[in-house]
Ligand binder design. Structure first.
Ligand SMILES: *[C@@H]1O[C@H](CO)[C@@H](O)[C@H](O)[C@H]1NC(C)=O
Ligand SMILES: *[C@@H]1O[C@H](CO)[C@@H](O)[C@H](O)[C@H]1NC(C)=O
Ligand SMILES: *[C@@H]1O[C@H](CO)[C@@H](O)[C@H](O)[C@H]1NC(C)=O
Ligand SMILES: *[C@@H]1O[C@H](CO)[C@@H](O)[C@H](O)[C@H]1NC(C)=O
Length: 638
């Protein structure tokens, strides 16, 4: 898939120090889209004299050393373990170099765009120039067309573009070019207006089998109803936090998803009475509001689930709620990252105006304040139960965002994402089509990995269950009730060092033989999830009643709570938070710290999917956590 694109990216990520040739340079294909996304048609050539605001996303300095830098402070064998970076060091290290700025600027000047027309963004991440379509087509050796969507939306794009060979390594991407708005409203709803990414939760919503009349909250009943005591028992979470003033734990929610205080209180009354009346610490980002205009499982289910369990499991540690996005637009992951890192902020940083929300907006009930840029100090652990399909987004967009997660890791932040609820299929149970394009349909045949789970610099969390009739002391299996644990192999991201051994062993001993050509079986791509936790039969208060809830959405805040308590113990004895955990959890020293899950599948795309097997697998990762053992391992690290 998108082979050309990937080769170009690999090249541009790998090459550095290219010198400026004296002769007039020849061009190289920089990005190419293999097909027009479904629903869009070419209407006409874009008028040659109309103006395009061209933006060149510049290659960041040292970005090819990012992985090594991250391992240096997060690998348990490194003498620098735990020496996290200050935010200013991160900004300085990765800002595009003077050489990069000069090379791209020099090329534009040579092409007739004088100093006064080319603007460098204050963050140094982007060069901007207003060109006519004719000029842009000449500059990028391309043709711009106007595309129409059946919803009526219009978009300008090209299908490929070129850059001089000596310029290409200094540019990540050019806007507008091949990129399309990624998500066009919910699947099958032709009437929904085309919308920009906005709602990363379009696919991963927890699911429910409906209301329950009476709660079974004894340990014997964990196979039919999960309550906090079941989770404490399953993972040995028997710990009272001591450093609640120093520690932080954050849950991210995207508007219009919202919690209801009355539901939190109903839950707390039954499961942790000391919390009745307590709210999470509210941090509003880009107009984030706890809306009450729309209620019901689809609007309250996710937030209620995340907060009820997280607040209970870490009590009395406060939980920070990052509520992101205003009512009319919502927001994207990049909008949240902007709030954490000012140098990434808006299209001067990492955003893509065609895929991320723009603030302030002038919409009715919209947020008309300034976009939140670097206004929020990230919590030590940040749990997000939303996600995209990798194919919803272009490789260049995911690469820039993934690098940003690595930067959070450098600063000592643990970033968790749920792996998805449709097994090897993507959100919406969509699979990729065989034509090698990134188009996704219900009858697609090819496994459809999820993002950011496929980013090697986040920790991806899958789902398990207790089989009916089993006790909490029996081994759990991969979740196969209502949802299937998202898992598989990336088509965009190569395999990171930390999981080469574990994934290599899986591919050597357990590679499914009957369907090798419908997933990335090359052995060189990132496998996910990394770990898992129970994701079935959660008792959650929603709209005044208790309902049974399923999803990796549930697993993720539980893992987050466990890791937050490990941080508490480390902070209590003067150590640093655990930060990016993957190099540690895949290391030999941690091999006994997980309950290996060896049974169950993650079906999808009309296949049984992968199977959980001894060792790492693309269904449940390394397994479910043992708090006591994780604590012991992490307390021995510096
Ligand atoms: C491009 O044009 C827009 C609209 O006229 C203007 O706001 C912007 O500053 C211009 N950008 C540059 C780099 O000249
Ligand atoms: C629970 O019951 C109420 C009242 O009958 C109903 O409105 C609501 O949709 C039900 N919730 C779920 C999650 O099924
Ligand atoms: C939850 O707690 C309330 C108050 O303590 C109690 O009346 C109710 O029966 C409990 N709900 C369930 C479903 O057990
Ligand atoms: C498989 O993943 C690798 C690493 O990300 C990538 O280079 C390759 O293009 C992918 N193959 C397909 C068929 O997508």
């Amino acid at each position: 898939m998108q082979l050309v694109l990937l080769i170009v990216f690999l090249l541009s990520w790998g090459l550095l120090g290219v010198t400026k040739p004296t002769l007039r340079s020849s061009y190289i294909l920089h990005e190419k889209r293999s097909h027009t996304p479904s629903g869009w048609d070419v209407l006409r050539r874009r008028d040659a004299s109309s103006v395009l605001p061209l933006r060149f996303g510049l290659k960041q300095s040292s970005i090819n050393k990012l992985e090594d830098m991250l391992y240096d402070i997060s690998h348990p064998d490194s003498s620098n373990y735990g020496n996290h970076w200050a935010p200013a060091q991160v900004t300085q290290t990765f800002a595009p170099s003077q050489e990069t700025v000069e090379i791209v600027r020099g090329w534009l000047e040579g092409a007739g765009f004088g100093f006064d027309r080319v603007k460098l963004a204050p963050s140094r991440n982007w060069l901007e120039v207003n060109t006519t379509v004719e000029e842009a087509e000449h500059l990028l050796k391309t043709e711009y067309h106007v595309y129409g969507h059946k919803s009526g939306k219009i978009h300008t794009a090209c299908s490929e573009y070129h850059l001089p060979i000596y310029v290409s390594p200094h540019v990540d991407l050019v806007n507008p070019s091949i990129h399309f708005d990624a998500i066009l409203g919910k699947r099958g709803s032709g009437a929904t207006p085309a919308k920009t990414v906005g709602l990363p939760g379009v696919g991963i919503f927890p699911k429910t089998t409906g209301n329950i009349s009476s709660i079974l909250s004894r340990l014997e009943n964990c196979d039919v109803m999960i309550t906090p005591i079941c989770l404490r028992a399953l993972y040995g979470l028997n710990y009272a936090p001591l450093s609640t003033k120093k520690n932080t734990f954050g849950i991210v929610e995207y508007t219009p998803q919202a919690y209801l205080q009355s539901d939190l209180d109903l839950f707390f009354a039954n499961f942790s009475s000391s919390l009745v009346g307590k709210s999470p610490e509210f941090v509003s980002i880009d107009g984030g509001v706890i809306q009450t205009m729309q209620t019901g499982f689809n609007f309250n289910g996710e937030s209620n689930l995340d907060l009820q369990y997280a607040m209970n499991l870490v009590n009395p540690q406060e939980v920070v709620l990052y509520q992101v996005g205003d009512l009319p637009q919502g927001a994207s992951f990049n909008n949240f990252l902007d709030a954490l890192d000012g140098s990434y902020c808006t299209f001067e940083g990492g955003d893509d105006p065609s895929q991320d929300e723009i603030f302030p907006d002038n919409l009715p009930n919209g947020y008309n304040g300034a976009a939140n840029c670097g206004t929020t100090k990230p919590a030590n652990v940040i749990s997000t139960s939303y996600g995209y399909n990798e194919a919803d987004l272009s490789p260049s967009y995911t690469l820039r965002q993934c690098a940003e997660y690595a930067k959070l890791g450098l600063m000592g932040v643990t970033v968790l994402f749920s792996s998805g609820d449709n097994g090897v299929a993507g959100n919406g149970a969509l699979c990729l089509n065989v034509d090698g394009s990134c188009s996704q349909t219900e009858d697609g045949m090819i496994f459809n990995p999820g993002f950011p789970s496929t980013c090697p610099f986040v920790t991806s969390v899958g789902a398990t269950q207790i089989n009916l009739g089993n006790k909490y002391t029996d081994p759990e299996v991969a979740c196969e009730q209502v949802i299937f644990s998202g898992g598989g192999f990336s088509n965009y991201f190569g395999i990171p060092d930390y999981q080469k051994k574990a994934v290599g062993k899986y591919l050597q001993d357990h590679k499914p033989s009957h369907f090798a050509d419908i997933w990335n079986s090359t052995g060189v791509s990132r496998g996910y999830p990394d770990i898992s936790a129970n994701g079935a039969n959660y008792v959650v208060a929603v709209d005044g009643r208790f309902a049974r809830v399923f999803g990796t959405s549930a697993s993720t805040p539980v893992v987050g709570s466990i890791l937050a308590m490990v941080n508490d113990a480390r902070l209590t004895i003067g150590k640093k938070p655990i930060g990016f955990i993957n190099p540690a959890i895949y290391s030999d020293a941690f091999s006994s710290a997980f309950h290996d899950i060896t049974s169950g599948n993650n079906q999808g795309c009309n296949t049984p999917g992968f199977s959980a097997v001894p060792g790492w697998d693309p269904v449940t990762g390394l397994g479910t956590p043992s708090f006591a053992k994780l604590l012991e391992k992490w307390l021995t690290l510096p």
